[in-house]
Write a new protein. Sequence first.
Length: 171
Amino acid sequence: MNQLKPNAGANKRPKIVGRGTSSGHGKTSGRGGKGQTARNGGNIPARFEGGQWPLYRRIPKRGFQNPFRVEYTPINIQSLAKYIAAGKLTDSAINLETLKKAGVLPKSSEAWKLLAKTDGKQVSLAGKSIKVDAISEAAKKLAEAAGAKVEIIEVKSKVLEKGKKAEKKSK
């Protein structure tokens, strides 16, 4: 126990300031001149521009953020066929949950879209039932030609559901 000592470089010597000009850290102790930044806790945010009208307030707001936008995670049909061939997707039904469970889609995915990008080779999806949130026309043709049954799940919009509730109340 009496042989223990910290690793080389683990204990750094503190900077000694305010001990004369010849030390190199005298007078203002490395803090520059007077003012807010020379004081203890005198830090100002990076966005502060010295009181002039800031950039983020000079530039106008643009666009519109749709709160009901559905973010689709894309998967190419070729990738899907590779996962099936590798044994990652063994279920006959392929949907969002099975893709997440197999590690094909990130767990944060809310919806997915099947796209038709291939390397020109024949894709085999025989006996598979694919439930997809969205699909391109070309991917649908390829999947059905490869022997898969494609079913498109309708993503219900929250805006439309609010409208239906209002109609039911009025009746």
